[in-house]
Design a protein around this ligand. Structure first.
Ligand code: PHE
Length: 295
C-alpha cells in the first residue's frame, strides 16, 4: 500500500505548503504515431461491433455521444467539453496507475484520470495495466449517466475515508470497485448486459462474461462483494449483477465505517464461492478455472 506522498510544495494564500502529487500531465496528442491512432481505431471498431446487445444502453449511448469513433485517438479536451456540460466531470491525463489517495482525490473532485499512452499493436487482446483505450473507452461513456457519475464521485470520497481507516477497509472498498466499476453486469428488461469497464474494453471478456457457462453470475450485495476476493490475471470466476445504477447508488450510500469493522472479523470468500443466500442468476460450471489462489 502506498503511503501519502507529499512531494510538491506550492505557494498558497496560507503560505508555502506540501500538496499531494496529482500525477497530472498534458496529453501529448501531437506525438501519437500513426500506429497509435490505428490501434485506437482497430480496438474501437472491434468493440463497437461486438457490444450492441451486450453492453447496457447507457454505455452505448455514451460512446455515440462522445463521437469516440471519429477516427484516431480522441483529444481529451474534446471529450471533457461534452462531459463537463453533461455531468460536470473532466478528464485528466496521467502516466498510469496513481497512488490510491491521489486517485480518490481526483474522483472526489469529478476528475477522471486517463492514461495518456496506448497499447502496442501486439497487445490488442491483453495487457496488464490500464492504457488509454481501457480508461477512455471503458470508463468514460458511463460518466455521462448522472447516477453513475455521482456514484464515482461518492466512491472517491469513500476512498479517502477508507484510506484513513486502514488497509483492510481499503481492500473492502477496492473489491467493490472491482466487482462494479470494472466487472459489473446489469440485469435489464432486455436481458443481462455489461457495464464494467474492464469487460467492455476486452473483446474476450465481453463474450465470456455473458456467454460462457464457467462463471457465476450472482445478485449484487454490498457486504457480499466487499468480502469477496478477486482475480487480476484471468477472466472473473464470479460477476455480480445489479438491477439498476440507482440500486448501486442507494446500496453504497450508508456510512461504511461499521461495515468495515464487521468485515474485519470475518474471513473473505474465494472468488468462485457460491453462498447460501446468494441470488444466483447462473451457477458456473467452473470449467477452466485456475486452481491457484485469488488476490
Ligand atoms: N458510503 C460510503 C462510505 O461511507 C462511501 C461510498 C459511496 C463508497 C459509494 C463507495 C461508493 O464510506
Amino acid at each position: 500500500m502506498d503511503t501519502p506522498r507529499k512531494v510538491e510544495h506550492q505557494q498558497t494564500d496560507r503560505g508555502y505548503v506540501p500538496v499531494y502529487a496529482t500525477g497530472v500531465v498534458e496529453q501529448p496528442w501531437a506525438s501519437y504515431s500513426q500506429s497509435d491512432h490505428e490501434v485506437w481505431d482497430t480496438l474501437f471498431k472491434r468493440q463497437r461491433e461486438l457490444l450492441p446487445g451486450r453492453a447496457c444502453r447507457e454505455f452505448l449511448a455514451g460512446v455515440e455521444r462522445f463521437g469516440l469513433g471519429n477516427g484516431g485517438i480522441p483529444k481529451f479536451e474534446d471529450v471533457t467539453r461534452v462531459l463537463r456540460q453533461a455531468t460536470g466531470w473532466e478528464l485528466v491525463a496521467v502516466e498510469g496507475l496513481l497512488p490510491d489517495e491521489v486517485f480518490f482525490d481526483h474522483l472526489a473532485h469529478r476528475r477522471f484520470p486517463v492514461s495518456w499512452w496506448i497499447r502496442k499493436p501486439e497487445q490488442l487482446d491483453y495487457l496488464s495495466e490500464p492504457d488509454l483505450f481501457h480508461d477512455l473507452f471503458g470508463h468514460v461513456p458511463l460518466l455521462l449517466n448522472p447516477v453513475f457519475a455521482d456514484y464515482m464521485q461518492a466512491y472517491g470520497r469513500g476512498g479517502m475515508k477508507a484510506f484513513a481507516i486502514g488497509p483492510e477497509a481499503l481492500m473492502n472498498l477496492t473489491r467493490l470497485y472491482w466487482y462494479t466499476v470494472e466487472f459489473g453486469l446489469i440485469h435489464t428488461a432486455e436481458g443481462m448486459r455489461i457495464y464494467g469497464a474492464g469487460i467492455v474494453s476486452s473483446k474476450g471478456e465481453s463474450i465470456y462474461c455473458l456467454d460462457s457457462p464457467s462463471p457465476n453470475r450472482i445478485g449484487f450485495g454490498l457486504e457480499r462483494v466487499m468480502s469477496t476476493r478477486y482475480r487480476i490475471d484471468t477472466y472473473q470466476q464470479t460477476y455480480f449483477v445489479i438491477d439498476s445504477f440507482e440500486q448501486l447508488f442507494e446500496a453504497t450510500r450508508p456510512d461504511f465505517t461499521p461495515i468495515y469493522a464487521k468485515l474485519r472479523e470475518r474471513p473473505a470468500h474465494a472468488a468462485g464461492d457460491v453462498l447460501d443466500g446468494d441470488r444466483v442468476f447462473t451457477r458456473g460450471d467452473r470449467v477452466g478455472w485456475a486452481a491457484n489462489a485469488d488476490t
